[in-house]
Write a protein that binds this ligand. Structure first.
Ligand code: HEC
Length: 191
């Protein structure tokens, strides 16, 4: 879609908020999106034999680097190199996606934490948020711009009048921006 086509679309868009939410929750999953932080966390915990239980991890406040070090120090069910530990199956891009997700979204408030907590109870990650919110008014292909334009994406999301109405919290916007920065995608890869 060209910019002018988008502008026309914008003029036609006078969706009431309720309808927008209904549309958003019907958005189909897009298999082409790279996995987000909560999915990657589930994968890591699955193979990690020494990691603390999730209800304890969810109360921790760590930087991305500290999270990376934590998982590197843990043991993987297979014999993996010592300096990779529980992260042995992940690419650098996936490690950055996981650790920024954890730094942005943890710790969880006490009330959200119980002994049986699973990654499904944690905040939606960048991939899930994009499925839910970024293919409602235009295709996901419009929602991704190359990495070097990430600052522009921030501006678009925060100051474009069409986007202000989406009503995402700062934490969710930060998660989407970090996910996009860590997973550069080409519009042609998406529909
Ligand atoms: C309420 C409808 C709506 C939703 C929901 C929405 N957008 Fe948009 N988006 C627009 C419109 C309208 C334009 C075209 C605006 C323009 O050209 O000025 C646009 C344009 C864009 C652009 C291109 C901007 C440019 O300068 O070329 C990007 C990137 C973008 N959206 C990202 C997103 C992301 C990421 C999400 C999910 C958080 C999202 N959009 C959700 C309405 C929406």
């Amino acid at each position: 879609m060209t910019r002018s086509a988008l502008r026309n679309l914008a003029l036609a868009l006078t969706l009431p908020a309720g309808m927008l939410i209904a549309l958003a929750s019907n958005a189909a999953g897009n298999p082409d999106l790279p996995p987000g932080g909560s999915q990657l966390l589930a994968e890591v915990l699955d193979v990690c034999t020494t990691c603390d239980p999730l209800h304890e991890l969810a109360t921790e406040e760590r930087s991305p680097d500290e999270w990376e070090q934590y998982f590197r120090d843990q043991e993987h069910q297979d014999d993996t190199p010592e300096d990779e530990g529980a992260l042995a199956d992940l690419s650098d891009q996936q490690i950055a996606t996981l650790t920024s997700y954890l730094a942005i979204n943890l710790p969880r408030p006490e009330d959200d934490i119980h002994d049986d907590i699973t990654t499904d109870h944690l905040p939606a990650d960048g991939a899930e948020l994009m499925q839910r919110y970024c293919s409602v008014c235009h295709s996901l292909a419009v929602s991704v711009i190359p990495e070097w334009e990430i600052e522009q994406l921030w501006q678009d999301l925060l100051s474009d009048p069409h986007h202000r109405g989406i009503g995402l919290s700062d934490q969710r916007l930060e998660e989407i921006a970090a996910y996009l920065a860590n997973n550069p995608m080409q519009p042609d890869d998406l529909r």
